[in-house]
Design a protein around this ligand. Sequence first.
Ligand code: NI
Length: 386
Amino acid sequence: MWHYSAMERTVEQAFASDSPAERGLGRAPGLVVAALLLAALSFFLLPTAHSTSRSFVQINGVVVSVLEDTTVGQVAGDTLALARAGSALDLTGDVVGIGRGAAAESALNGEPVDKATALSDGAVLVVRHGGQRLEGISRKTQQVPFETVFEGKGAVVSLVQEGAPGSREIFRGDESGKQAAVFTVAAPQNAVIRRSGAASKGQKLVALTFDDGPGKYTQGVLDALADKNVPATFFVLGGNAAGSKDVIAQIKAAGHEVENHTWSHPILTGLSAEAIQREIQRTSGVIGGSRFLRPPYGTYNAAVTAAAAAVGHRLVLWTVDTLDWKTRNADAILAEVKRSTKAGAIILMHDGGADRSQTVAAIPRVVDWLFANGYSLTTVSKLLQS
Ligand code: NI
């Protein structure tokens, strides 16, 4: 019986592995030759092996020797009964469909298997579970948006580094939809916006600014400023200035600055670079040139800053919001100035929009308070040069 148990062990080896890799090795010609040699050696050298005729058969790619008249059922009966299709795997290796892989295989010399058939010398028997099937995987390149980083404080906005999107690759299973791996191909470059204040060397300089005009209160503002003999800066809307070129000329003749508050007061962050530049340039054309853009509502981002810079404009916000448009009350306007003004301040008021009579009324009181507290008034461009 010794030789029979030897055969059993060898047959076990033929069914030992389900893995495609090991099955592949079993089919390697070198291993087949080695198995043949081993089998031949045992046939000639072991005394009991001579007593009975043997057949060399190949089972699942492994050559083994079996006793003559051994049937398919004797060597592969259990596997034949239990062989099943492999599983479908998603790209993470998780089983997503038992039995949805490759079908189980069984064949004797390429023909359907009959358990009762004896294995003749040279027979090729295949009886095994089906292999696993990996789902299709697709690769996609995706843009990684950049972030905008703000540095510093102050009313003057400069874009010191343009943002650039990065990219990454995503692998996704076609059937499972699972995402297996993300490789960052290029990291995004953050946009960096620097906000700086006006330097104020020794002098306590502040700038009064008036937005949204020219309008019907502009003359009152000009008269109040003239009474105190102080300069200011007007961030005008091109749409208003277009019909009031004489007022623009009058503002400039009085020594004030006229700067850009766009044509139609849009939220610039919602516009394309071209649309932003059209807003700026149309207005600039009407007011005889401009260098500073005050974005409507103080709303801006890296794209707005870059678009303005490309047509020669820096963004100028404010440091003191008098909220004159909201309170419409000279006392409240003065209170905000007192509360928030520091050297280098840019003070926001409005000469256009709605009823600005309280703004006009607040001007002499604001100027008196500024003078009483050691401040000097100047324009935005001079404040930024100081
Ligand atoms: Ni405005």
